[in-house]
Design a protein. Sequence first.
Lengths: 294, 294
Amino acid sequence: MIGIDQYLEEKKALVNRALMECLPDSGPQEIREAMIYSLEAGGKRLRPILTLAVAETLGKKDDQVLDVACALELVHTYSLIHDDLPAMDDSDMRRGKPTCHRVYGDAIAVLAGDALLTLAFEVVARYGLKSGQFKKAILISSELSKAAGVKGMIGGQVLDLKAEGRELSLLEIENISIMKTGALLKASVMCGAIAAGAGKKERASLERYASNIGTAFQIIDDILDVESSAEELGKPTGSDRKRFMPTFAAVLGIEEARIKAENLCNEAIMAIQDLGRPVEILNGLAKKLVFRTK
Amino acid sequence: MIGIDQYLEEKKALVNRALMECLPDSGPQEIREAMIYSLEAGGKRLRPILTLAVAETLGKKDDQVLDVACALELVHTYSLIHDDLPAMDDSDMRRGKPTCHRVYGDAIAVLAGDALLTLAFEVVARYGLKSGQFKKAILISSELSKAAGVKGMIGGQVLDLKAEGRELSLLEIENISIMKTGALLKASVMCGAIAAGAGKKERASLERYASNIGTAFQIIDDILDVESSAEELGKPTGSDRKRFMPTFAAVLGIEEARIKAENLCNEAIMAIQDLGRPVEILNGLAKKLVFRTK
């Protein structure tokens, strides 16, 4: 049994290589460059690693689900590019580097986002055609499109834009977090489960695991945004607060928010103890999410 | 045998009803409104009608392919919203109505486009899950994502943006047209063919049909853009010319361009004569594309 940090490093390297292989081998140079730029801007690759970890927990090898894992990261990266646009959050920096539209212009940034979203579904289709797992591929495509759509990520971003400068209740903040961040994190887990052929009971346990780590992740993000220095996070410190953005940290206070995140982490871990599978990696991932420092 | 005009009217009404049923039944109100606004802005519904017509020619009923047909229109509508954005073509009007971003703002317009693209893949997945035709659904999802991607529509839009103010050869204009417009028209035909279970030979004939009408369609669009009045087209007349946009009409002259379109139409019709199917509707659609006045 390797440690969680080594596990994360290895999977991240695996995902990074696979993402580059997903990219189109022809088409206009500038859009492919912008796609690569944003994909290479770093990030923890949390979503694809969750997919790999769930599939592995259920007995699948990485190479059987790597395409699916990449699709999750492609959707995540598209959403960051579009969220950063001047029309949206108007962010100049992301992970310590200028955002896509600052380097390639707004038009190419819109199109690079569109292209990554489109590519995600192409990659899922390719997984189905390569493996012959047509039904699984369709279930994954369905899961991914719902998580990314109006009832998930896009809807969450709309609510987030509307929330700027307003006071929200904890319930409203939780709802935005579930849609904007939680939906895709849950899809990452569920797509791994579908690819591994999980049964109904296993899927229910994993869904509870996913929901809990999704909200925990957002709470920790809010706390880090308040606490961290600009240098560490790669974006202006407290940017959410500057926009008078209601967050878990703002409403609960940092200490209570952290306790809530730890409780959610424990609930996530409890949800999967009855899987009858080796859950060390999933336990480790849940803890890593809550006790991370960036 | 009904006339082509009546056929188009009937199918358009069918597609319009089905599109409204594709829309999410929950999620933030403003994004759903923006999606409906752009979907209801009109248009000929050419792409979904092509899908229905091809499937019907190969013996499938409308209700067996209606979801697939809608997916094509959802992708088309998303591309119009994003193309109209200030960062791209910066168009205030489309089909005689203010564009999506003029009514709902740039942020919601970006997200409404994203949502329609995402919904297209959700609708294709739903087709697969409802019909149990998993392999066909995956092939359709693959076809659609490739047509919409960097080697298709998005790549074409990048080249189109770069072409502004430059002189292009006929070959370059043809290439942009094939990517930007032709790819999705071809996908409309091929998705109908896949849903209807077309064989290899049938698919090859239909692909030739689709390629020829795709370019013919673009040529006629260019001609109409030069000829029509602002009122008729619902956008400023000659807008492509004003931007010094190289078009078929500009390079070939209107008369030669029209002859080229007619030749392509004839080639499209010839391509499907050996199908051994009743091709009157597909013949009629090809002619309608070339002899339309708007």
